[in-house]
Design a protein around this ligand. Structure first.
Ligand code: AMP
Length: 190
């Protein structure tokens, strides 16, 4: 199964993706993790994107699409991918569909984690204190939330029109969100 975990920054996508990897052997494809790894490695790409991540803006579609494309064979071997933080623009969503189609595959399900903005702000304050992830500072977080609302949320109708979108309340405990996600993954699809 190819699954997109969809939602604003700090909605819990990464936490739930890691759980699905541990429990179901799926592969997590997180463009944010890939970009942070590039920055940590000091590569040219890392140097190119470091300031963009720090500000909270989106990196170019070309960069993230190429990163995902490179990892698709690995996900295919594992029997499915969890796309976490990708796609974030309509161009990315269309490129993903085309790449999967070229491999005889498709997106099966898009799970939207719904969390209200104030809860996100509270979560991020806690995470910043714990991990000091540079783009969790309040200013960058505002930019990230703005990017989500302006560029990523408009993808919802794209998946809704394809009958792939399921909404899950992301405000509960990690366990209750996990249960809701598992329910959505096993429910019969049209
Ligand atoms: P994330 O860990 O998913 O919150 O991503 C952290 C940052 O990486 C984002 O704020 C963007 O700067 C960048 N990023 C991650 N995924 C994408 C994407 N699909 N498109 C553009 N930028 C991305």
């Amino acid at each position: 199964m190819n699954l997109i975990l969809f939602g604003p920054p700090a909605a819990g996508k990464g936490t739930q993706a890691k759980r699905l990897v541990a429990e179901k052997g799926m592969v997590q494809l997180s463009t944010g993790d890939m970009l942070r790894a590039a920055i940590a490695s000091g590569s040219d790409l890392g140097k190119q994107v470091e300031g963009i991540l720090q500000r909270g803006d989106l990196v170019s579609d070309e960069i993230v699409i190429a990163m995902i494309e490179e990892r698709l064979p690995e996900a295919e071997k594992a029997g499915g991918a969890i796309f976490d933080g990708f796609p974030r623009t309509l161009a990315q969503a269309k490129a993903l569909d085309a790449m999967l189609e070229g491999r005889g595959a498709k997106i099966d399900l898009v799970i939207r984690l719904k969390v209200d903005d104030q809860a996100l702000m509270d979560r991020i304050a806690g995470r910043y204190a714990e991990t000091a992830r540079p783009d969790d500072n309040p200013e960058s977080f505002k930019v990230r939330l703005g990017a989500y609302n302006d560029q990523t949320a408009p993808l919802l109708p794209y998946y809704q029109d394809q009958n792939k979108l399921v909404e899950v309340d992301g405000m509960g405990s990690i366990e209750s969100v996990a249960q809701a996600i598992d329910g959505a993954m096993t429910a019969p699809r049209p």
